[in-house]
Design a protein. Sequence first.
Length: 256
Amino acid sequence: MEYMDPASRFLKTPFPVEGFAAFVNDRLSQLKEPLTPPPYALAEEAAQLEKLHAQVCRDPCQYFELTNQTVNRQLAARQCSMVTRMSDPLLYDCMEDCCAALGFGSIAGYTYEPASDGEIYNAFATGYMDMTWIMLSSTFRKRNLLNDLELACVLGHELGHVAAMHSSVRMHVALTAEENRGQEYTSDRAGLLAALWRAAKLNPALPPKQLYQMALEASVRVQHKLYALGRLGVDAVVTAKELEGRARVFVSLKAK
C-alpha cells in the first residue's frame, strides 16, 4: 500500500488497512502532544520521553517516515507465518489477552523462522499502540517450550517495549547502560501484567493473590528457561520436559 504524506511525498507503508492517509494525519497530530509512559513504566522514563518529544517536534514527518521504514525492514527481513485461531489457537488466544491486558488496539501476530543464531529463542514487537506487529520464533511453538502463562510473559514483555516507545527512545536519545536495563524492567512488568490477565481469564474463581502468585512464578520461570536455552548453544535440541529440569537446576544453583 502507498500513501501521500502531509509533505506531499509518495511513500510505502506496511499497514494493509483502508483510510491510512487519515491515520497518518492523526498520528502526526498525536506526535505534537506530550508523550507519556505507560503506568507500569519506571519513573525515569518520563524524562526520556520528554527528550524524544523534543526531537520529534522538530520534524514529525521525518520521525514517522523513519519509524515506518524500520517497521518495513523488520517485517521483510524474516520468513513469517501469520498466527490465526485455526493455525495456533493457544498462541492466538494468548496474543489477544496480552493485547487486552496492556491496552493495545489492532495487533497482528506472526511466528518466524530463525535466520540467525540470535533469533532461535527470541521474540520482538514493532509498530504502535493501535497498530502493532508481534513475532515469536517458531522454535518455541514447534518444541512446545513455553506454557500458557509463560507465553503471555514473553509476548507482554515485547508489547511493553512498544507501549513505552523504547525503540524510538533508543534511536533518538543517548541512554546509559542503567537506563537500558530500566527499559527491560519496565517490559518485565508488562509481561507480568499480561500473565496476570491470562491467569485471571483461565482461573476466574481464584482469589487475586493466588492469581498474582501464578503470574509471578511464570515470569520467573521464563527468565530461567531463556537463560538455560542460551547456555545450551544454538545446535542443541531440547524437549519441554528437559528444559523444565534445566531451569529448576538453575533456580537451585542461584539460591545457593
